[in-house]
Design a protein around this ligand. Structure first.
Ligand code: GLC
Length: 536
């Protein structure tokens, strides 16, 4: 049977931009939209097919833009709507699609909808948010906790009720069971679709609808220790997360996207440990979220066993014909090249895996040069999460992009203080230096993207397990009528020999001296080495 032509969001590589931290065009120490436009030539050179830009909407910035005060404008810190239109036009001219963040779960407490909702119990917008009376002794309406620690309810003195906020109290949750909310938020999507965006990354997609009776969550009988989600793991999120009613919502959201010309995409932020629940967001007829992000490689330790478990777990859970996605990091997780994750030596192995697995890869800005976390003391933290639950702050992975070896790394002028401190290694780890260096991670990333484009088997080919392979290593095969490739990863710091009978040639490896070399029989991999072998 003829396979349908793959869509851009299946073959393409997505690049996530945290706009505060990418490039500052107006010398105020904070990145902005014109800064991104100024770096589109770099992104075109790198070869990415799409950018996803984290929120740039007007916001009091309690959660750095994930508290939206106006969904249909640009915060002056980031520029103007004209700057946005210019960015989209310039990106499209270079063949780069633009995906924007859609934050449906909550607004800012300064959004006019919330101000009106809060104004009185009889406000026409009261029901746009979730308001509840206290219990007979002043108790909270239920036991839900904020993902950012503490109770998920805030008392409103003026109207003597609590409102629900699954994140900060400055981020009240919208009530999507109210049809007016849905209509207003669908209009928000139309606003950006009409301006030419190619799709949305849906923030906390599985949280948007909760149990209508707001029943308590059961406690987690065995909360993991030292988990990055901290106190959130003390409950089983049966009633505030992944409610089945969301499926109908995402079906209609998809219909909205599909009513527009072009291939508009929805990418869902879907942190869910259960593969079946995660896979459910494709929809029974694959009519819900186009690309449910899977974060299994982000939370798994970077070991061969865990990577095998995550890759094969995802492949097994995928509904027939569904398209996977892969991500190693984002603005909420420690950087992949940091010692707490994979470390510098494995950063190359991770990039090779990310760009050769079956599914859409998303690269977090700076991971292509191996940026690492930049520590920020709790007292100096910008991220409110660090103050609420020390250790969980996300400033370290949001440090300014390292463009060159100048004092502020080309992010902002040398005499301006960047909004977050730059990495100490910026003089040696930066785009300008690595672009010139044939052995750099940046050169490897760019070549991997090229090889992926030149060998469609790497994006559209089937996935097959390969092995068994020795401890510390993992391998898989990609196959299409046009060819077969083996991707072999050594995730350890000792050499391994991968048993293999056939002959082939190394198409690309983490170490350039392997490129083009012939393989016949067992495949020797050095410490921290990975290769893609074209089988004969
Ligand atoms: C998502 C975002 C995160 C934000 C949260 C609340 O998880 O990625 O940065 O703080 O939602 O909007």
């Amino acid at each position: 049977m003829q396979q349908p032509e793959p869509r851009w969001w299946q073959t393409g590589v997505v690049y996530e931009i945290y706009p505060r931290s990418f490039a500052d065009s107006n010398d105020d120490g904070t990145g902005d939209l014109a800064g991104i436009t100024g770096r589109l030539d770099y992104l075109e050179w790198l070869g990415v097919d799409a950018i996803w830009i984290a929120p740039f909407y007007p916001s009091p910035m309690a959660d750095f833009g994930y508290d939206v005060e106006d969904y249909t404008d640009v915060d002056p810190l980031f520029g103007s709507i004209g700057d946005f239109d210019h960015l989209v036009a310039e990106a499209h001219q270079r063949g780069i699609r633009v995906v924007v963040d859609y934050v449906p779960n909550h607004t800012s407490d300064r959004h006019p909808w919330f101000i009106e909702s809060r104004s009185s119990r009889t406000s026409p917008k009261r029901d746009w948010y979730t308001w509840r009376d206290p219990g007979p002794n002043g108790e909270l309406p239920n036991n839900w906790i904020s993902m950012f620690a503490g109770p998920a309810w805030e008392w409103d003195e003026a109207t003597a009720q609590y409102y629900l906020h699954m994140f900060l109290k400055e981020q009240p949750d919208l009530n999507w069971r109210n049809p007016q909310v849905r209509a207003a938020m669908f209009d928000v999507a139309r606003f950006w679709l009409d301006r030419g965006v190619d799709g949305f990354r849906i923030d906390v997609a599985p949280m948007v609808m909760k149990d209508p009776e707001l029943r308590d969550n059961p406690p987690n009988p065995s909360p993991p220790s030292g988990h990055h989600m901290g106190s959130w793991t003390r409950q089983l999120h049966e009633n505030d997360h992944a409610h089945p009613d969301m499926h109908e919502l995402y079906r209609s959201f998809r219909r909205l996207l599909e009513s527009y010309p072009g291939d508009r995409v929805s990418i869902g932020e879907l942190y869910h440990p259960d593969y079946a629940v995660w896979a459910g967001y494709y929809g029974e007829r694959q009519d819900e979220i186009h690309v449910p992000f899977n974060f299994h490689l982000t939370y798994s330790p970077w070991t061969a066993d865990a990577v095998r478990g995550a890759v094969e777990g995802v492949q097994a859970a995928l509904p027939p014909g569904a398209w996977a996605s892969w991500v190693l990091g984002n603005h909420d997780q420690p950087r992949f090249a940091s010692a707490s994750r994979a470390g510098r030596d494995q950063a190359r192995v991770g990039m090779l895996a990310l760009l050769t697995l079956r599914g859409t890869p998303t690269i977090y800005y700076g991971d292509e040069i191996g940026m690492v976390d930049v520590p920020v003391a709790t007292a100096d933290a910008r991220d409110p999460l660090e103050h609420r639950e020390p250790g969980r702050g996300r400033d370290p992975e949001r440090s300014p992009m390292q463009w060159d070896s100048s004092p502020n790394a080309g992010f902002c002028p040398p005499d301006v203080e960047p909004w977050l401190p730059l990495a100490a290694d910026a003089p040696s780890v930066n785009v300008a230096g690595q672009a010139e260096d044939p052995d750099s991670l940046l050169t490897l990333t760019r070549r991997l993207i090229q090889v992926r484009r030149e060998h469609p088997v790497l994006h559209r080919g089937d996935f097959e397990p390969f092995g068994p392979t020795p401890d510390g290593s993992y391998a898989f095969r990609r196959r299409s009528p046009a060819g077969r490739l083996v991707v072999a990863l050594n995730l350890s710091d000792t050499p391994v020999t991968i048993p293999s009978e056939g002959a082939g040639q190394v198409l690309i490896g983490t170490h350039r001296d392997r490129d083009g070399s012939l393989v016949d029989g067992p495949l020797q991999l050095r410490a921290n080495e990975a290769v893609v072998v074209e089988e004969r």
